[in-house]
Design a protein. Structure first.
Lengths: 63, 408
């Protein structure tokens, strides 16, 4: 599973790295970054939650 | 066309607004709305957008997708033309003629100011404050617990964020009481008190800026004084404008969130027990309680004529982007009016969306989660005292007016 965060639409809500801290991290301004791709084994459900909970729909599944 | 706007005066509808999109709606002062503001917003759904003639007239967007898009298109929905936005929030003359940095500024200039504040309010900075947040919260709750009752607003919901905010800003503890008096006048007083409170707060901040310019410390005022915007040092006015915005954004909001959350918990013993038993479920519960009682109602001004949400909007029109309408949309959330604390998918806009997304959201979440865990550990059972129904105020930041809690 591959995910990314669209830096142009991410507004730094922080939902992704709160819900899936083993997949997403943050940059200096608190925006989400997909730090661990492909998604580590066992983290798929959390990554999915991050996608579904992003208020900006900036977390994207790439395959 | 001339309409009665419900407050005894008549208002003329702009020529580009057809009669069929005009509704009778007033989230500031209509008693039917104020009986239950969240239900009042729910009742306003039905069309994607409507116009109301109350308070000078403005558009109301009702759907989550449209509200999100408007938040994300500052080139069409500007935060800068405050004059019109003030019409939607007539009670909000706090801050006088000062511009609010960064909420009253559009991109691209906005991002320069926003960047200045990003570090002090980042998740990492908030994590470093966690211990102090807990100490302040525990101190207040310990002072209340043995009494068996409290005026939740004045005993907890107001002082808790105010103490933390004052410490972050750098106000010395011995000035707190005086400062909270001015702040209370500024945020909750009569028009004269708002004006005098604002003057006192500004005069004190002015003095504080001088002190911190001469002798910087580890506080936010020092940080702003030493900060840069667009590769040049901040000006005194920019520092003062930013401080004023932080007041308006950071105090009433956390208090209001606490009022809604503790009203819910007082009325839902099962939710209290669940959270007391499993504190790990508190962060998700905070998100859900923020969603179901999203209480902030920002507005924007149309910057360019546009067709949006099925209506024609003209430059200068006011537009209400209610986070309650955005977060309780039945097309976006199943059972949107029900607080389900373990909701797995919870896409809310309680903190807004787009470039002006609430910068203090990480701090707010930490304060709210700490309030819930601390209370439920020390005062697991509480209820609302007496039989009188809770009353609400509406407007830009809605909340229950007061909450008297009792426990054994």
């Amino acid at each position: 599973m591959n995910v990314s965060v669209d830096a142009t639409t991410c507004a730094g809500h922080g939902r992704c790295y709160t819900l899936a801290p083993d997949v997403f991290g943050m940059d200096d301004e608190g925006r989400g970054v997909a730090d661990h791709v492909p998604v580590p084994p066992g983290q798929e459900a959390r990554a999915e939650e991050a996608i579904l909970n992003c208020p900006e729909r900036a977390v994207i599944r790439n395959g | 066309m001339v309409y009665d706007d419900g407050v005894g005066t008549t208002a003329r509808c702009p020529a580009h607004v057809p009669a069929e999109v005009v509704r009778d709606f007033d989230y500031h002062s209509d008693p039917r709305f104020l009986a239950d503001p969240l239900a009042g917003f729910d009742a306003a759904r039905g069309t994607r957008a409507f116009w109301t003639n109350s308070h000078g007239g403005y558009w109301v967007l009702t759907g989550a997708d449209d509200i999100r898009e408007a938040f994300r298109q500052p080139e069409y929905f500007s935060s800068e033309t405050q004059a019109k936005a003030q019409d939607i929030s007539p009670s909000r003359t706090v801050g006088g003629a000062r511009r609010l940095i960064p909420t009253g500024i559009d991109p691209p200039e906005h991002s320069q100011y926003r960047r200045l504040l990003t570090t002090p309010f980042s998740p990492n900075s908030v994590a470093a404050m966690k211990q102090r947040i807990t100490e302040v919260c525990e101190g207040l709750v310990d002072g209340i617990a043995g009494k068996g009752r409290c005026d939740f607003l004045n005993d907890f919901a107001r002082p808790y964020p105010a103490i933390l905010f004052s410490e972050i800003l750098g106000i010395p503890a011995e000035r707190f009481e005086e400062f909270f008096g001015w702040e209370d006048d500024m945020l909750h007083g009569s028009p004269e008190q708002v004006a005098s409170g604002t003057r006192s707060v500004m005069a004190y901040l002015d003095e504080l800026v001088d002190e911190r310019t001469a002798r910087p410390r580890e506080d936010l005022v020092s940080f702003l004084v030493g900060g840069t915007v667009s590769d040049r040092p901040t000006t005194r006015d920019e520092v003062l404008d930013t401080c004023m915005l932080l007041f308006l954004a950071g105090l009433d909001t956390v208090s209001s969130a606490l009022m809604f959350m503790f009203k819910h918990l007082a009325e839902h013993p099962d939710d209290r027990r669940t959270l007391a038993r499993d504190p790990a479920s508190i962060p998700a519960a905070v998100e859900e309680l923020l969603r179901v009682s999203a209480f902030v109602n920002p507005s924007r001004t149309v910057a360019r004529d546009t067709e949006f949400a099925g209506v024609t909007m003209k430059r200068g029109d006011g537009v209400l982007l209610s986070t309650a309408l955005a977060s309780r949309d039945p097309d976006a959330v199943p059972d949107p009016t029900v607080a389900r604390l373990d909701r797995r998918v919870n896409v809310h806009m309680a903190f807004g969306a787009g470039p002006h997304r609430c910068l203090g959201s990480h701090l707010a979440r930490a304060e709210l989660a700490t309030a819930l865990s601390t209370w439920l550990a020390r005062i697991p059972d509480f209820r609302i005292d007496g039989g009188a129904p809770v009353t609400f105020h509406g407007g830009g930041v809605m909340a229950p007016d007061r909450l008297d809690l009792v426990w054994a």
